[in-house]
Design a protein around this ligand. Structure first.
Ligand code: UD1
Length: 302
């Protein structure tokens, strides 16, 4: 297939593009390079530099594509609290532009990168039937994007599949911004011999899923005939790990010089997050990368 990947120069995007190329597809990347980098895009993929809110650019880029992986987004929870309008414009309106362009161009399938943040702070393991309680603009922007996906599935027959990623980590995740993911920041600090910072008491837990596993989930959602249009699928390992346990693992990997300091908890921070991915596992996806192997890779390779 010829596949469009929005946000394809970014962290999850670049791994997904590599997985799609390896599976024999041709790929066009659409990215404004606001957080992604042209160097992340493999030479075999075409790169279109444009913004997801530029409707004409999206329409031109989707032409001839049988499927789209829609990753272009502002992904930070704290940034969304500071910039809610920008977050909604990119994540929600951007998805509307993409879906409308897909409808007009006859792009049969769209896969949206959504988030477990839509569940908010509801307790327990979250499966796709769990109540939804978005607590921050980021989560609301993605829940609205999911709703647009359902709308285009029902109203126009676009095969629209949303994946709710839990906490994704791995190589090429940006570490240089205050909005970067925790493992990217901590592993970068570990490599540089710097102190890392723990927001709150470190007892919060996350379901950390490797970007290599997420790239395989994306490939499956784009290609599986069994993936149900209008549905959402969790992408999670089912295991919750506390930040304090991560600190211990990193100290074991790096040595006693690895150290940290505590800072006040972040506004909007969810205490615990853990996902049930049985629905995606029914399609044949299983997480393959364990957290200690994933952390070792991150600490060593960059
Ligand atoms: C992350 C994703 C978001 C995704 C969500 C799903 C990023 C940047 N955000 O948000 O897109 O939808 O998971 O749950 O990947 N922390 C520290 N020190 C730091 C940085 C963070 O202690 O230097 C803490 C945070 O307060 C939080 C935890 O680590 O408790 C995880 O933070 P972060 O990696 O930013 O992810 P989420 O907020 O969970």
């Amino acid at each position: 297939m010829h596949i469009l990947v929005t946000g394809g120069a970014g962290f999850i995007g670049s791994h997904s593009v590599a997985a799609l190329l390896a599976d024999g597809h041709t790929v066009r990347v659409f990215d404004n390079l606001s957080s992604g980098q042209a160097a992340n895009v493999p030479a075999e993929a075409e790169l279109v530099i444009a913004d997801i809110t530029d409707h004409a650019a999206v329409e031109a880029a989707i032409r001839g594509c049988a499927a789209t992986l829609h990753l272009a987004a502002l992904v930070s929870v704290p940034q969304s609290l500071e910039q809610p309008i920008e977050t909604l414009a990119v994540n929600t309106t951007g998805t509307a532009h993409l879906l409308e362009a897909a409808r007009r161009a006859g792009c049969a399938r769209v896969v949206l990168a959504s988030t477990c943040a839509v569940y908010g702070d509801i307790p327990g393991v979250k499966d796709e039937q769990a109540p939804l309680r978005p607590l921050v603009p980021y989560a609301t922007s993605k829940l609205m994007a999911e709703e647009l996906m359902r709308c285009y599935a029902r109203s126009y027959g676009v095969q629209a599949i949303s994946l709710r990623y839990f906490n994704v980590y791995g190589p090429r995740q940006r570490a240089d911004s205050p909005y970067s993911g925790v493992l990217a920041r901590w592993c970068a600090a570990a490599r540089a011999g710097q102190l890392c910072r723990v927001f709150g008491d470190g007892e919060q837990t996350r379901d950390f899923v490797s970007v290599h596993d997420v790239a395989r989930a994306n490939l499956m959602a784009l290609t599986s005939p069994a993936a149900v249009s209008g549905e959402v699928y969790n992408v999670a390992t089912g295991r919750a790990t506390s930040l304090n346990d991560i600190l211990t693992t990193l100290r074991d990997l790096v040595g006693p010089q690895f150290s940290w300091e505590h800072a006040p908890a972040r506004t909007g921070d969810i205490p615990h997050s853990r996902g049930d991915s049985a629905r995606l596992q029914d399609l044949g996806w299983h997480p393959q990368v364990g957290l200690s192997a994933g952390l070792a890779e991150l600490v060593m390779i960059r």
